[in-house]
Design a protein around this ligand. Structure first.
Ligand code: NAD
Length: 303
């Protein structure tokens, strides 16, 4: 059997970013409104700082009005909620993203619920979660699963109806919304998690596997049905003594080399789902700006 096709997330993300930039230009010309994204970072977690910087830079690059608020680690919940309120009311801001995790003195659910659902470009607000689950129009869909769905469609085309899909992981950020999107696309969906019995046997049934467990190289080649489409969401840092003492490398939740020999198509880590997440954040911000300014939002194929 030939080796799997490698799904180039960087290339697909670049295409979406190009489409977003073109739409931003059109929106500016037609409505004189510049779509605006506000990114809020509390504390100085190095990974969060990197993510937030990347998101703000990409927004600027695509022509958005982009603002970043860096708050100290000891910011009170009340102060963060007050900033969210200011951003909710700011007509130049169409998307608000508060980077997680938040310091322990802040209740993340209160913050998520304080963001106006129509500016909730992470798609975590209960209104957006409910709209997605109920199949109602107008949901903002979480970026990582939205991007993963686009990658699946790159391989299998627009019509996924009847396909068997296994999602490994049931988090609110990835697993659950991924399952909802696949269900809405008329797949037969199984959601597996840390208590699932015989995960290998469950996974072996699937034509589509989305791995989002956060367990380095857990999904082995012999867990896969030959020809399966494999989307590896995991981002795990593991020791890489071959690169030198104390060095690390990034791997997914799928044992890539083994899986490539069995799968029909697979996303690499890095270069698969990761770049799609940021592209979908830009797409969501544009969609939010269109809806808020009364323009028809473009469809990037994310729902
Ligand atoms: P999480 O820890 O919130 O959830 C992990 C889920 O996996 C849980 O539902 C748990 O039940 C399940 N799980 C854990 N161990 C398991 C096991 N042994 N067998 C089966 N299921 C198991 O994590 P998350 O936020 O959903 O993220 C999952 C992974 O995706 C992480 O590696 C994270 O870094 C990565 N991630 C990547 C992106 C990206 O842009 N590429 C975005 C978000 C998350």
């Amino acid at each position: 059997m030939p080796e799997a096709t490698i799904i180039d997330g960087r290339a697909v993300a670049a295409r979406i970013a190009g489409d977003v930039a073109a739409e931003v230009t059109r929106l500016k010309a037609e409505t004189l409104a510049t779509p605006g994204l506000a990114v809020v970072l509390v504390g100085d977690n190095p990974a969060s700082r990197l993510y937030v910087g990347g998101k703000s830079r990409k927004a600027e690059e695509l022509g958005f009005h982009s603002v970043q608020h860096n708050l100290p680690a000891d910011t009170s919940e009340a102060d963060l909620l007050a900033l969210v309120e200011v951003l909710n009311r700011d007509p130049r801001i169409h998307g608000i993203l508060v980077q997680m995790p938040l310091p322990p003195q802040i209740d993340k659910d209160k913050v998520i619920e304080a963001i106006l659902p129509e500016k909730d470009v992470d798609g975590f607000h209960p209104v957006n979660v409910g709209k997605l689950a109920a199949g109602l129009p107008g949901a903002l869909v979480p970026c990582t699963p939205a991007g993963s769905l686009i990658l699946i469609r790159e391989v299998l085309g627009g019509d996924l109806s009847g396909k068997s899909a296994v999602v490994i992981g049931r988090s609110n950020i990835v697993g659950k919304p991924m399952a909802q999107l696949l269900l809405q696309a008329s797949c037969t969906v199984t959601v597996a998690h840390s208590r699932t019995h015989d995960l290998a046997a469950v996974t072996r049934e699937a034509e589509i596997v989305v791995a989002a467990a956060g367990r380095a190289e857990m999904v082995r080649g012999d867990w896969l049905r030959p020809g399966a489409t494999v989307i590896d969401v995991g981002q795990n840092t593991i020791p890489a003594p071959e690169k030198g003492e104390g060095k690390t490398r990034l791997v997914g939740d799928v044992a890539y080399r083994e899986a490539r020999a069995v799968a029909g198509a697979i996303t690499p880590v890095p270069g698969g789902v990761g770049p799609m997440t940021i592209a979908m954040l830009m797409a969501n911000t544009l969609v939010a700006a269109c809806r808020i300014t009364g323009q028809p939002p473009p469809d990037f194929g994310q729902s």
